[in-house]
Design a protein around this ligand. Structure first.
Ligand SMILES: C[S@@+](CC[C@H](N)C(=O)[O-])C[C@H]1O[C@@H](n2cnc3c(N)ncnc32)[C@H](O)[C@@H]1O
Length: 398
């Protein structure tokens, strides 16, 4: 249902949003949202910001680092499940969805005094259903698989926050990955974008991922270089809500499409290699589906133990090699492979920076290169580090 302009009325009080992201990327996400016009407060696992729905639509369409954009509808002290029922029932849900639509509720807690999050979920769901039934005479039904509306609540020690999800499928699903493309543990797209942000890579610099697998890091980078908004080929949760401003959304998409057209001629120096020819074939197909054509990324089958720089000009390496615990390195022994990689980096990549995500805390020792920076990050449940190495050009003799 389209709504007339009021969603952009500057006299309306601003809405409160929470953008969720992987731990360790909060500051990078805040900078990204600030570039979209938000003023942000980083929190653990995300960023709080205020604005209108147009800002939230833009964040969904353009944020590379957020996993979801949530609209906060309540934040109040609570002590028990009855408080949760009261808080959730006081929200005017009928402004967002109605009895003909389906609903899912999820509750998370950190140091919540409540004994059962399942029971808390049930009480919040009851409150929403009761509120809509009392107001309209009918109730929404529950659908946990493909709900029209998704409500999240977060319970901390004292306060309950209730959110309406605006994203639908998590934002790292850009719409280009095929279901069977599980590769060898592909990175989530928003983590890949976060690595590029932490590495400080700029589109005019050469980029190389020598363990590119399905190509996630390179595809994110090439889309940045070509001005392709990450959400252009997917749908969003807000499109199914009653207060959906179709005209505004069409404007925002048209603007992003114009930027994509304008970026088509960009020729970034982005390169990927992997020892596995099947991974390279998959990465090429993924780049095609991500709207990048054949010429945005140069791919090659190569073993990291014989690594050569893909350009004469130094640039930035960003990668996540296998690290023993999760997947074995092709070619045998992990320690020996990392030692050989370190030797190649020192011998052939003078003037480059290398940023390596790994769950192996001993990686710098194995590469025999001391790190210049180190960022803690989670790759799913795995506690990782992004190590930044500066590779020095050999000093000319005499
Ligand atoms: C953790 S995966 C990288 C996933 C990738 N970032 C993605 O998002 O799809 C590690 C990759 O390293 C590759 N690999 C393993 N041993 C290698 C070696 N000796 N040289 C180059 N690549 C290797 C594997 O084939 C695998 O694709």
């Amino acid at each position: 249902m389209a709504v007339e302009r009021p969603l952009r009325d500057p006299r309306r009080p601003p809405l409160a949003f929470h953008a969720a992201c992987p731990h360790g990327l909060e500051e990078s996400l805040a900078r990204e949202l600030e570039a979209l016009g938000a003023s942000c407060v980083p929190a653990r696992g995300g960023v709080a910001f205020e604005g209108d729905l147009a800002l939230a639509y833009r964040a969904n369409l353009r944020s590379r680092i957020a996993s979801r954009i949530l609209l906060r509808l309540a934040r109040e002290p609570y002590r028990n499940e009855d408080d949760l029922y009261r808080i959730a029932k006081a929200i005017d849900w009928t402004a967002w969805f109605g009895p003909g639509q389906t609903l899912r509720v999820d509750v998370t807690g950190s140091r919540s005094p409540l004994r059962s999050l399942n029971f808390a979920t049930l009480r919040i769901k009851d409150a929403i259903v009761d509120m809509i039934r009392e107001r309209t005479g009918d109730r929404p039904s529950i659908d946990t698989r493909r709900p029209d509306a998704r409500v999240f609540a977060h319970l901390d020690e004292r306060e309950a926050s209730v959110y309406l999800d605006l994203s639908g499928e998590p934002l790292f699903k850009r719409g280009w990955r095929q279901r069977d493309d599980k590769g060898e543990a592909p990175l989530k797209e928003n983590l890949a974008a976060g690595l590029l942000a932490l590495a400080g890579w700029q589109p005019q610099q050469p980029l190389f991922d020598p363990f590119c697998g399905s190509g996630t890091i390179l595809i994110e980078a090439a889309q940045i270089a070509r001005g392709i908004a990450p959400g252009l080929s997917r749908r969003f949760g807000f499109e199914r809500l009653l207060r959906f401003d179709e005209a505004l959304w069409a404007d925002l998409r048209a603007q992003a499409q114009g930027e994509m057209q304008a970026g088509r001629e960009a020729r970034p120096a982005i390169f990927g290699a992997d020892i596995d020819p099947a991974a390279i074939a998959q990465a090429r197909a993924n780049a095609q589906r991500a709207g990048l054509g054949d010429d945005a990324i140069g791919f090659a089958v190569a073993d990291c133990r014989q690594l050569e720089p893909p350009t004469d000009t130094p640039g930035t390496i960003v990668c996540n090699p296998p690290y023993g615990e999760r997947i074995d390195v092709a070619g045998g022994d992990y320690d020996a492979t990392m030692l050989a990689l370190g030797q190649r980096l020192k011998a052939g990549f003078g003037g480059w920076e290398a940023w390596v995500l790994s769950g192996d805390r001993q990686l710098p020792r194995r590469l025999r290169i001391r790190e210049k920076r180190k960022f803690p990050l989670y790759n799913g449940p795995i506690d990782c580090r992004l190590f930044g190495f500066e590779l020095f050009a050999p000093t000319p003799l005499g």
